[in-house]
Design a protein around this ligand. Structure first.
Ligand SMILES: [Zn+2]
Length: 500
């Protein structure tokens, strides 16, 4: 066929991106054939049987819970396998949980996980109607280490390898050491930006993006129907916003057949305060400077950008950043990452010692991984003595520590996480406010989102292009019609395959 048409610029009358790729000299080449009418058509369209399907089993009309199956002939790849934030809110709550003994069964009951053969471990299926069978999925490709992207991996068959960034594998190791990780017990294969790797018939190209956790990636999958780009979670306003730009440039160049994009903040009237991470550091510095008492904060410990912002604010005001043991383990693990700069435990940050069991800070009261911090850590009493010299970062479930610390009135609490977006969240927030009020603290919200506002999502969609745009990880996929060119948006339906 190549001889017939030469190597010049030929174009299939369907003008699909695959043919245009051939014109630009790309590796992806399906060859051309003549139609009975005499025009040229690429084999992809001539053959007519589409072989690539994208099926979203989560992240459909909800924020998080991404579980996206890309199948290309015999190859099946899962892009993330997370737990949705709102998943099961109608049936499960903080008090009513799926039973561990029933594995995937308590999720199947309400359609919270797909009942697919060759996906789950024997353990996860032992009390369900679905019989265990050999894995049919070749790999899970994980965009980043957030629960809404990897929280259900623990239920998958151990024979399915998990591909993730090198940084993500360090975060996994730290979590594993300090309590457990959904990736425990399975093969973890790592990549970095610039790598390409093959999973069955699909070549995968990871490209870093900026998000509220280090080691976040988007992907370009070279399928037999053309490239599929997946953004993972992204933002432009973080310290590494240029990484998201790198992803856009690569994805745009690939001319994707399909673009799967997140849209967390795609909403009518996104009212969240627009703050960059550098402003978080500035605002925190101002607050620390103005306060002569204990300042206490809660935020996601694996948001290393936030740890750095708070560390910077502490340095500027002569305070000391005090973190939980879990965060300390994470920082130690991430210090092995050459691409990251993290505060050093012991030198830049100090560890807070919680009382456990006997309450006497005895070695035996602590797990093995905790003991190494006992000599250098600060007890509640020590924090009380130095309350105007520290910024105490602990998660909100550490609030009862305030009972031991007995801080003077006049301190400040920094709520450095996203504002509540549902009733359950609002209730939790009220509980925090009650604690904060009881101890005579002032409540402050200082936070930069991990996600881009609607306008920036629109910008990404416009710049990358793509024949089909599939919105996931959003409560308002319908609003994408206003962000992408007419006809490009394909609304995903949970469990229904989209053919490329
Ligand atoms: Zn997410």
């Amino acid at each position: 066929m190549a001889d017939l048409f030469g190597s010049g610029s030929v174009e299939c009358w369907k003008k699909c991106s695959v043919c245009l790729l051939r014109n630009s000299g790309s590796r992806v080449d399906y060859g051309f054939e003549a139609t009975p009418q005499g025009s040229l058509i690429c084999r992809r369209h001539h053959v007519g049987n589409v072989t690539v399907h994208i099926t979203c089993y989560g992240g459909v009309g909800e924020i998080g819970g991404n579980k996206i199956l890309v199948s290309d002939r015999d190859t099946k790849i899962l892009l993330d396998f997370g737990a949705g934030f709102s998943e099961g809110l109608d049936y499960y709550s903080s008090d009513i949980n799926p039973r561990r003994v029933n594995g995937a069964g308590d999720y199947f009951e309400f359609g919270l996980l797909p009942e697919l053969p060759g996906l789950y471990s024997e353990d996860a299926l032992q009390n369900t109607k679905l019989k265990h069978s050999a894995p049919e999925v070749d790999a899970v490709i994980l965009s980043h280490y957030h629960f809404d992207h990897m929280g259900r991996i623990s239920l998958l068959d151990e024979g399915i390898p998990v591909y993730c960034g090198e940084t993500t594998s360090l975060i996994h190791r730290a979590a594993s050491e300090s309590g457990g990780s959904p990736l425990d017990g399975r093969e973890v294969r790592t990549f970095r930006t610039g790598d390409r790797f093959q999973v069955g018939g699909i070549e995968v190209r990871p490209v870093h993006v900026d998000h509220s956790i280090p080691g976040a990636y988007g992907f370009i999958l070279e399928t037999s129907e053309g490239p599929v780009a997946y953004t993972g979670d992204f933002r432009f306003h973080g310290p590494m916003g240029s990484m998201t730009q790198d992803f856009i440039a690569e994805a745009r160049q690939a001319r994707p057949t399909a673009l799967i994009t997140e849209g967390t903040r795609v909403a009518v009237g996104d009212t969240k305060q627009e703050m960059g991470e550098s402003e978080v550091a500035e605002e925190t510095t101002r607050l620390l400077r103005a306060n002569r008492h204990l300042v206490f904060s809660s935020f996601r410990g694996n948001d290393v950008d936030r740890v750095l912002s708070f560390h910077r604010a502490c340095k500027a005001t002569g305070r000391r950043l005090v973190v939980s043991m879990k965060v300390a383990v994470l920082l130690e693990e991430l210090s092995n990452d050459k691409g990251l700069k993290v505060p050093r435990v012991g030198k830049d940050v100090t560890v807070y010692l919680r009382r456990k069991r006997t309450g006497s800070y005895d070695d035996k009261d602590y797990s093995k991984w905790e003991r190494r911090f006992l000599d250098s850590g600060l007890t509640a009493e020590e924090v009380r003595k130095h309350q105007d010299e520290v910024l105490l970062h602990l998660d909100q479930w550490y609030l009862p520590e305030l009972i031991d610390i007995k801080p003077e009135k006049g301190g400040a609490y920094i709520h450095a996480t996203t504002e509540a977006y549902n009733e359950e969240g609002e209730r939790d927030e009220q509980v925090i406010r009650n604690w904060v009020g009881h101890f005579g603290f002032a409540y402050h919200q200082i936070h930069a989102s991990g996600h881009s506002p609607m306008a920036n999502v629109g910008e990404l969609v416009t710049r990358i292009g793509g024949e089909k745009v599939i919105p996931v990880h959003t409560e308002r996929p319908d609003l994408f019609a206003g962000l992408a060119k007419k006809g490009r948006v394909v609304m995903p339906v949970k469990g229904k395959a989209i053919s490329l």
